[in-house]
Design a protein around this ligand. Structure first.
Ligand code: ASP
Length: 202
């Protein structure tokens, strides 16, 4: 991994990429190319962030296998240039999408972290910033110049799970996902606690 990790954010759609127009109450798409100026906290992370957005933001209800291929192709095309990937999707079908992507990649040796949010990124009480910032931080964590996470994960509300073990359990609470039969890979508290024995290693 480079000294300054390079992270690619792929925005496909979902609530996380929305901002509310407070005058009309309507939700509009957020311009991810301006992410560092809109979320200045990102400048404190020691990494270089690039973004790619789908031309049209996809809601979970419109997600399908063609978009799975698009996401996988973006990661494959950029695999060598980046140290880690953060994929933003609607949360309602995120478990299905991230599971499919996990089975599409063989010998993945870099982190692919899916995340989203329950409230739009522009909302006062949003969970989007924490989910996004910590996902980027996890994707840029290395040990002995190798990424610590070398699999497809799903980060939501202080926990990184193995993506293909997750299920969405709640559309109202910030704690929206659970992994019934596999422990969290990372728990974010005062420190980021990586649960090393359960991480996938080559
Ligand atoms: N309807 C949104 C979706 O695409 C909700 C969300 O992103 O959480 O799943």
């Amino acid at each position: 991994m480079s000294n300054t990790p390079k992270i690619l954010i792929v925005y496909t759609g979902g609530t996380i990429g929305m901002v509310k127009d407070y005058k009309t109450g309507a939700l509009k798409a957020f311009d991810f190319s301006q992410i560092s100026s809109k979320i200045p906290e990102l400048q404190q992370l020691n990494c270089e962030i690039s973004t790619i957005s789908f031309d049209e933001a996809i809601d979970s209800s419109n997600m399908n296998v063609n978009y799975y291929i698009d996401i996988a192709q973006i990661i494959a095309d950029n695999y060598e240039q980046f140290d880690g990937f953060v994929v933003l999707t609607g949360s309602d079908t995120m478990s299905y999408t991230s599971s499919a992507i996990s089975f599409m990649f063989e010998n993945l040796q870099k982190p692919v972290i899916f995340t989203g949010s329950q409230l739009p990124i522009g909302d006062l009480r949003t969970d989007a910033k924490e989910n996004l910032i910590t996902s980027i931080q996890i994707a840029s964590t290395s040990e002995n110049r190798k990424p610590v996470i070398q699999e497809v994960g799903l980060y939501f509300e202080y926990k990184l799970y193995r993506a293909n073990r997750t299920t969405k359990i709640n559309a109202e609470q910030f704690e929206a996902f659970a992994s019934m039969n596999y422990p969290p890979l990372v728990v974010s508290g005062v420190h980021l606690n990586f649960n090393h024995p359960v991480l996938f290693k080559h």
